[in-house]
Design a protein around this ligand. Structure first.
Ligand SMILES: C[S@@+](CC[C@H](N)C(=O)[O-])C[C@H]1O[C@@H](n2cnc3c(N)ncnc32)[C@H](O)[C@@H]1O
Length: 424
């Protein structure tokens, strides 16, 4: 692979190659362009163009526009020849995160009608110019530290600098920016400063070799504050569902269709106008174990871990913690000095794992040492039964699954668990 000299990627993502390359399937590129309505662009830009999947789909809709593509991989140019042949197209082998990109590619800042981008899944080595790119795009205050910005946010910022007001940005984004707690500030800025029009949840495994949950996002730059966002999902067959509409203050929390429809009847949305009871309101503590998986084998006390949840067919109506992990209450004072322990009445759930929604069980008596992959939900006796029944139900499993994050193995943050909405 050929790389320009200035490319220096510190933390390549675990699944993509060093340039974070995943190419967009044509059905998905097409859906992104279909979702971008009400614009007839003269200038279309694709940063991180790879084989030009997005620009090529755009050219099928906007035949007379001029196309500019940029990719750091010198080999990308040769795969873009079809676009060059058919369209008014110029490609630049250049770092899209260059602060001087506009001058380098001969485009004025604020002049692009349509930006298209499926950013690489990498975290580039930090450069002070990134801070200025984020600042100019109005995104520097959106994260606790600008150093937390991954390539996705930097590519968004660079696109916003180049787009004209009311120009449209069509993005393919990972789960973090759409639903992660850490990126709430980013969502808030995007919703306040721009009009976020539509977010389409894509099927898992859309991108070869990864289970990452990804989304199409269309926004209109500086086109008034967002009032309502349309959310849809694409089926495995490539059909985009009819949208539901959510207000901007709810969109700031999360922008994923599955979450907003998870405890409502199929295809309908949650009644977000009403205050709903959350798991956090029903539980009075959420405890995470402290023993890591590598410490378990040397622990003198049995530690309840991910593989110890009873399987459905092994358990009675209520799956319970297996006997060998249950210690007498008389041991509590001693064990609590060295371990995090679940207590009788706690509901144990998996914090991480591919099928974490299937891992729920109850500690009926005694105490139990838990690993750092387990949460113990502690609820008042009057709430326990309903909470456990819900988490074991199909709806509860769907809620756990919808709220979890991550590529491959999923994880639940504390706030994910505490914000799970319970049925009325
Ligand atoms: C996820 S791929 C997307 C490719 C294409 N847009 C698509 O949707 O199929 C990201 C692309 O960004 C390119 N890339 C990575 N870092 C870059 C950078 N700093 N500047 C320009 N291109 C970069 C990679 O070479 C890769 O082609």
């Amino acid at each position: 692979m050929l790389l320009p000299r200035e490319m220096d990627l510190r933390r390549p993502s675990t699944n993509a190659d060093a340039l974070g390359r995943y190419y967009t399937p044509s059905q998905v590129s097409q859906a992104l362009i279909d979702t971008m309505r009400g614009i007839r662009p003269r200038l279309v830009l694709e940063l991180g163009a790879g084989q030009g999947a997005l620009a090529s789909a755009a050219h099928r809709k906007w035949r007379s526009a001029n196309y500019v593509t940029v990719d750091a991989d010198l080999a990308a140019a040769s795969t873009l020849s079809a676009l060059t042949f058919n369209a008014s197209h110029i490609h630049h082998a250049h770092d899209a995160l260059d602060e001087e990109l506009a001058d380098r590619i001969g485009i004025a800042l604020g002049s692009v009608d349509v930006g298209l981008c499926n950013p690489p899944y990498v975290r580039p080595r930090w450069r002070s110019s990134f801070g200025r790119i984020l600042e100019e795009a109005g995104l520097s205050g959106a994260l606790q530290s600008v150093h937390d910005a991954g390539a996705d946010l930097l590519f968004i910022a660079q696109n916003l600098r180049l787009l004209r007001p009311r120009g449209k940005l069509g993005l393919i984004l990972p789960d973090g920016l759409i639903a992660g707690q850490k990126y709430r500030g980013v969502r808030q800025v995007l919703l306040r400063e721009h009009r976020v029009e539509h977010v389409v949840q894509l099927p898992r495994r859309t991108f070869a070799k990864t289970e990452a949950q990804t989304y199409l996002v269309v926004l209109s730059k500086r086109d008034g504050e967002t009032q309502q966002v349309q959310l849809s999902q694409m089926s495995d067959m490539g059909e985009v569902s009819a949208p539901i509409s959510i207000p901007a203050d709810v969109a700031m929390l999360r922008l994923d269709y599955a979450f907003h429809t998870s405890s409502a009847p199929m295809g309908q949305q949650r009644d977000v106008g009403q205050v709903k009871k959350t798991l956090g309101a029903a539980a009075h503590d959420l405890l995470r174990g402290a023993i890591s998986s590598s410490q378990i084998s040397s622990s003198p006390v049995p530690v309840f871990h991910l593989g110890d949840f009873p399987r459905a067919h092994e358990s009675a109506a209520i799956p319970t913690v297996p006997e060998k992990f249950i210690q007498p209450v008389s041991q509590a004072v001693v064990l609590q000095q060295s371990y995090k322990v679940a207590k009788a009445g706690d509901i144990l759930i998996a914090r991480i794992g591919r099928n974490l929604q299937e891992k729920v069980c109850f500690l009926p008596r005694g105490i139990c040492v838990i690993s750092d992959c387990i949460y113990a939900i502690r609820a008042a006796p009057e709430h326990r039964k309903t909470l456990l029944a819900y988490l074991l139900s199909e709806d509860g499993k769907a809620a756990l699954k919808a709220t979890s994050h991550g590529v491959g193995a999923k994880y639940l943050s504390r706030s994910d668990v505490l914000n799970i909405v319970l049925p009325d």
